[in-house]
Design a protein around this ligand. Structure first.
Ligand code: GLU
Length: 387
């Protein structure tokens, strides 16, 4: 007889998030008193700016503590619509926008609103661990489009085109990308948009790292193929608001409506207090941009230090142009990246994410959203390990 609590096939086939797992392990070790430096989590080390926190305090005090509309408070959807227009050249009316509990829920809702079992979804690799897992949950099939460290992880549009079959329905883009930091050029994006138009494909573009670009141009692909694009973004990375869980999406109204229906049967709405905080971030955008500029220049400096340091240690690391991750080749430590990450954690007390679940063999991901002192200490520890 089977156990009454035998897990579902979907649950058994799901891989838990590697980024979340390593981060939890680092936190646990710290709690036990181990001096671990976490380079694992993709999370700004800066505090949420004061004007954003203040708006949340005011929301609590004035009683904005109840359910909101499923798709978010109207003021926030208006502010997001204005942001898409001002910063991205995208025309999404407030009723073509929805607010979610983090960017992750927007992506999850989008995949469940759009994909059928057997559909194929093209995903440039290395990719963020959650895309293929979420695609798989819908019964659709993730199809990798490889990119290489030698090309700075740039997407090859011809290779992408060669992967299109009669079952292909969607292309997932994430530029600036996690874990590679690659920023796809406007020409590449134009090429992808043309393919989507020729073959009737949808593009789901996750632009959560849009403001974290250093020496590259960030363009929203929705400008090139508006009828084919669903644009995802959120407050976490740009405004240092990971814990507030605010994501959002803009796209064709019927898709947004389907995402809202899904959300009405799961989380109902994003936290009311967090929505008021995100509203302040968007409405007081000049103040918010002063914070973003400060954070961006700190990240750039850290990137330069970590890339130089890792290469000097014999861990080849391409220079990323966006986000706050580097991918280091760890063959000098161990040819298997899972083993390399384990050795780095056990012996150097540095938490990194093995490339395995990003489809990045021989590499580990380090997030440099941490202080310069930590980065220097990490380089020192790795130097000791290698010596
Ligand atoms: N996106 C971040 C990362 O890759 C946060 C963790 C997660 O949700 O995967 O580290």
């Amino acid at each position: 007889m089977t156990s009454p609590f035998e897990l579902s096939q979907k649950s058994r086939s799901l891989k838990p998030s590697a980024t979340v797992a390593v981060t939890s392990r680092a936190l646990e070790l710290k709690r036990q008193g181990v001096d671990v430096i976490s380079m694992s989590v993709g999370e700004p080390d800066f505090d949420t700016p004061p004007h954003i926190k203040q708006a949340a305090i005011e929301a609590i005090e004035s009683g904005e503590t109840k359910y909101t509309a499923v798709n978010g408070i109207p003021e926030l959807r208006e502010a997001i619509s204005a942001k898409f227009s001002r910063e991205n050249g995208l025309d999404y009316a407030p009723d073509a926008v929805t607010v979610t509990s983090g960017g992750k829920q927007a992506i999850f809702n989008a995949f469940f609103a759009l994909l059928n079992p057997g559909d194929e979804v093209l995903i440039p690799a290395p990719y963020w661990v959650s895309y293929p897992e979420m695609v798989g949950l819908t019964g659709a099939v993730p199809v990798e489009v490889p990119t290489t460290p030698q090309s700075g992880f740039m997407l090859d549009v011809e290779l992408l085109a060669s992967k299109i079959t009669p079952r292909t329905r969607m292309i997932v883009l994430n530029s600036p990308g996690n874990p590679t930091g690659a920023v796809f050029t406007p020409d590449i994006l134009r090429g992808v948009a043309e393919l989507a138009q020729q073959h009737g494909l949808m593009i789901v573009t996750d632009e959560i790292y849009e403001h974290l670009v250093y020496d590259a141009e960030q363009v929203s692909i929705g400008q090139f193929a508006p009828e084919h694009t669903l644009t995802i973004n959120g407050a976490s990375k740009a405004y240092a608001m990971t814990g507030w869980r605010i994501g959002y999406a803009g796209g064709p109204r019927h898709v947004i409506a389907a995402m809202n229906a899904l959300q009405s049967q799961s989380t109902s709405n994003a936290s009311s207090i967090s929505q008021y905080a995100a509203l302040a971030a968007l409405v007081q955008h000049e103040e918010t941009h002063r914070f973003i500029d400060m954070a961006r220049s700190a990240y750039r400096q850290r990137r330069d230090v970590i890339v130089r340091g890792l290469n000097d240690l014999g861990l080849p690391t391409p220079t990323p142009h966006g986000a706050f991750y580097v991918m280091a080749n760890t063959d000098r430590i161990h040819e298997n990246e899972l083993e390399a990450a384990r050795i780095i954690l056990d012996e150097a007390k540095v938490a990194v994410v093995p490339g395995t679940d990003f489809s990045a063999p021989h590499q580990v991901r380090l997030s440099y959203a941490t202080s310069l002192e930590n980065i220097q200490e990490v380089l020192r520890r790795l130097g000791q390990l290698l010596a």
